[in-house]
Design a binder for this molecule. Sequence first.
Ligand SMILES: C[S@@+](CC[C@H](N)C(=O)[O-])C[C@H]1O[C@@H](n2cnc3c(N)ncnc32)[C@H](O)[C@@H]1O
Length: 214
Amino acid sequence: MGDAAAVMDRTYRRQRHIYDLSRKYYLIGRDEAIARLDPAANDGVLEIGCGTGRNLIRAARAYPHARFYGLDVSRAMLATADAAIRRAGLEARVVVAEGDATDFDPERLFGRRAFERVMISYALSMIPPWREALARALDAVAPGGALHIVDFGDCAGLPGPFKTALRRWLAAFDVTPRDDLGEALAALAAARGLTAATEGWRRGYATLAVARRA
Ligand SMILES: C[S@@+](CC[C@H](N)C(=O)[O-])C[C@H]1O[C@@H](n2cnc3c(N)ncnc32)[C@H](O)[C@@H]1O
């Protein structure tokens, strides 16, 4: 966890205070991913790379009968998430803990081995070993459950210069869109007996993907 935690703490130590406001307009598709979660009563929902808790809080409000769990490698982000969850009065239903997306033990962190819904929102593009994180996330999906992903897309339907400028700007923040996310997800899901589907959102600005376990 050491390196990833140090890098993310450095990245977000100051930014976390303006994170929700500044990301509102460019981390698009997050609310659509939350709408697609649609957990049943008493289902467990895990967000990997939960950051400030923004998605967990929205989802907990949208699905008042489900339980929510979040993990993040950055203690600084978790401190912000924890405070936001308490301010929202959701601490009885939303729990966050420190963990690395590539290697976490949900039993130790949250007392459960699998979750009916797992979500990864704009985190794979910041995790260098993102395929390992994807594999670990798939393994955390309970029978009948699903993994939902939203992240930067391939910009296939957008003008080339826009894509070039966006990629340059993201690179300055160590963000790398995973253009082969769909292929990697399909292969890792199939190897585990899950089915996967990926779609471009807003002309490919974002990718929304889901993998379902029968
Ligand atoms: C761009 S933020 C997204 C936060 C939130 N999911 C959202 O949609 O607003 C990426 C988050 O991933 C976390 N992260 C990066 N690498 C990680 C890793 N290896 N394990 C767990 N979390 C990680 C960062 O600390 C950060 O909070």
